[in-house]
Design a protein around this ligand. Structure first.
Ligand SMILES: CC(C)(COP(=O)(O)OP(=O)(O)OC[C@H]1O[C@@H](n2cnc3c(N)ncnc32)[C@H](O)[C@@H]1OP(=O)(O)O)[C@@H](O)C(=O)NCCC(=O)NCCS
Length: 172
């Protein structure tokens, strides 16, 4: 069994992260991004995530020296963390995604989020199960919401993990 490490991403990881992103986008059915990817601007965006002064986290999963996954955690002005992740196709089904989700939830707590929220395509059963296993619940469905370059309109499932169950909720 290979040991999966999770650590903060650094500038030295950018090329591997972009390579991974382009490969997963080119699979065509998992991420919001669509091919063709503008490599230079996408690299800038990943770099911005690690240089951001706003609270944010960019984590990579490694096995030995190899970068096998990435998760980005950003924070809205109202303190909900958003999560976006990907694992190298060769490494899926071996716990890398689980390690990244746990790292992302820890990071979300550290940056002061009261909740983690994400959207996932309805056909992405592996991701939906992964999030459910880590305490997320399905909160809704956006119907025919996202236009794709092929002209289709895709649904998206909204999932959330509340980190602060202690504060008062709405009470009307
Ligand atoms: C979704 C994604 C991140 C999950 O990553 P992953 O590394 O495959 O996740 P895990 O290995 O932790 O879990 C996946 C499955 O492997 C199983 N698994 C985990 N560790 C395992 C191990 N050591 N041996 C065998 N199976 C294992 C899990 O139980 C899980 O099974 P299930 O899907 O039947 O419930 C990955 O599939 C991916 O990158 N997909 C493309 C991009 C994407 O969809 N991103 C999310 C967009 S919302």
């Amino acid at each position: 069994m290979n040991v999966v490490g999770v650590r903060r991403a650094g500038p030295e990881d950018m090329d591997a992260i972009v390579d991974l992103y382009i490969a997963v986008v080119e699979e065509g059915k998992w991420l919001g991004g669509q091919a063709p990817v503008d490599r230079t601007s996408r690299r800038e965006r990943f770099l911005d995530e690690i240089e951001a002064t706003d609270p944010a986290a960019s984590l990579v999963a490694t096995v030995g020296e190899e970068l096998v996954g990435h998760v980005a955690v950003d924070l809205t002005p109202y303190n909900v963390a958003g999560l976006g992740m990907m694992v190298d196709a060769e490494w899926r089904g071996r716990g890398v995604g689980g390690a990244l989700v746990r790292g992302a939830i820890d990071a979300a707590r550290q940056i002061g989020a009261h909740k983690v929220a994400l959207q996932v395509w309805p056909h992405n059963d592996v991701a939906r199960r992964l999030y459910l296993r880590h305490g997320f619940v399905e909160e809704g469905l956006l119907r025919r919401h996202y236009p794709r370059r092929n002209g289709e309109l895709w649904d998206a499932v909204i999932m959330g993990l509340v980190l602060d169950e202690g504060s008062a909720g709405s009470n009307f």
